[in-house]
Design a protein around this ligand. Structure first.
Ligand SMILES: C[S@@+](CC[C@H](N)C(=O)[O-])C[C@H]1O[C@@H](n2cnc3c(N)ncnc32)[C@H](O)[C@@H]1O
Length: 378
């Protein structure tokens, strides 16, 4: 059962919400592409409706991942800004929040037909480490052929939606055991399976977008390291921040999307270098510590203090993690950092994480609750 502490009576209305969201709604747009540790849409939805955002200001998610906050902001009629280091995160966020061109499905069929007719001839296969270990030769040819024809498209939104469809099938048609198990197994996927899966993924995106028409130009997405973002990069003030940061030594977004990034022309090793919380930074000798994470979060709050309007709110959804056998209370850490930035804690919600949201990190998987911390800038 969720537990809520209110430190300012003006926020008593937040008590009316069941923050466990035991009957959370299913969102067809959330399922167009997998993403680890994403929000259930109900969290940003309730925070937006309970806290609001000044007219003329934007809602910001500095770790936007698959764009759940951005989409809920858009549904509630607010402009939003999303930032994420991971290019796959930005691709998903972009397709979710931008208009899908009406010619998407016919073009998807054309790309499928062209790839079907050409994959067996000469195709340019990208250079990817250990490619033959992870992808069968026919699968490589079919993926490369689809990519070639996707790259011929000139409309950015159209190209992004086609790339997202391709990205969503890459792990499934590889020899990787599953999205969260990194062993190689003998997969029997053929070129034809790849082409059919691509078309199915395009249909899924088309159906989900049809049911979720969007207000154009409502969100801006920056594929950037949050620690390199400046207040001057914003052209509007921020009225509300809703985010869930990467936890130290927990999920590995770069690893989860490694093959997708290689295939789409990004460098996952570069992403790993700048990814906050990634396990390799913590597990090596003299690796990062809780203090490094505190400094990173402090830099994020420097930025948030600069861009947020007075009276605006910052909501951090955060759980515990484990560094070298020691549990780190990230909620306590964020609370200290925020208070050092003169932000006032107005509510602290502890909620249960549904069993279906279990992580692939076993140590982390034992942790059953997370906190929603709500601060106000006075
Ligand atoms: C908990 S996830 C956010 C999930 C998101 N709330 C959703 O609903 O999909 C944290 C995100 O932080 C991103 N991240 C990690 N290091 C980053 C950095 N240095 N700059 C920006 N984003 C970063 C990861 O790529 C990941 O998408």
């Amino acid at each position: 059962m969720s537990h809520i502490e209110i430190f300012d009576s003006r926020y008593a209305r937040l008590k009316a919400v069941d923050w466990d969201f035991t009957d959370a709604s299913q969102d067809s747009l959330a399922s167009i592409h997998p993403y680890p540790a994403r929000f259930i849409p109900d969290i940003p939805r309730e925070l937006i409706s309970g806290l609001g955002c000044d007219k003329g200001a934007v809602i910001l998610d500095p770790f936007c991942g698959s764009g759940t906050t951005l989409l809920e902001a858009q549904r509630a009629g607010f402009e939003s800004v999303g930032i994420d280091l991971n290019p796959i995160a930005c691709l998903i966020s972009s397709v979710k929040t931008k208009e899908l061109p009406p010619e998407f499905l016919p073009v998807a069929h054309d790309v499928y037909e062209q790839a079907k007719n050409t994959f067996d001839g000469y195709v340019d296969i990208p250079t990817i480490p250990n490619l033959d270990h992870w992808f069968k030769p026919d699968v490589q040819k079919a993926l490369s052929s689809l990519l070639t024809h996707i790259d011929e498209q000139s409309d950015v939104n159209l190209k992004n939606a086609l790339k997202l469809a391709l990205s969503s099938i890459i792990v499934r048609v590889s020899n990787q055991e599953s999205d969260t198990r990194y062993a190689a197994i003998d997969n029997n996927y053929t070129a034809n399976d790849v082409l059919e899966s691509f078309l199915t993924a395009c249909n899924k995106i088309h159906e989900a977008k049809k049911r979720n028409s969007v207000n154009l130009e409502c969100s801006k997405i920056f594929n950037q390291d949050i620690l390199s973002v400046l207040a001057s990069d914003f052209d509007k003030p921020v009225g509300l921040v809703i985010t869930s940061p990467p936890y130290p030594n927990a999920y590995e977004y770069w690893l989860y999307h490694k093959f997708r990034m290689w295939w789409l022309g990004f460098d996952p090793i570069q992403v790993r270098t700048f990814e906050i919380g990634a396990r390799p930074h913590y597990q090596k000798k003299n690796g990062q510590t809780e203090e490094d994470f505190r400094k990173q979060m402090s830099s994020v709050f420097d930025l948030l203090s600069d861009v947020l309007l007075s009276g605006g709110h910052v909501c951090f959804v955060v759980g515990r993690s484990v560094i070298k056998g020691k549990i780190v209370d990230n909620a306590e850490l964020i609370r200290n950092v925020a208070e050092n930035h003169k932000m006032v804690l107005v509510a602290n919600i502890e909620r249960e994480i549904a069993a279906t949201k279990k992580s692939f990190n076993l140590k982390y998987g034992k942790i059953k609750t997370e906190n929603i911390l709500i601060f106000r800038k006075d």
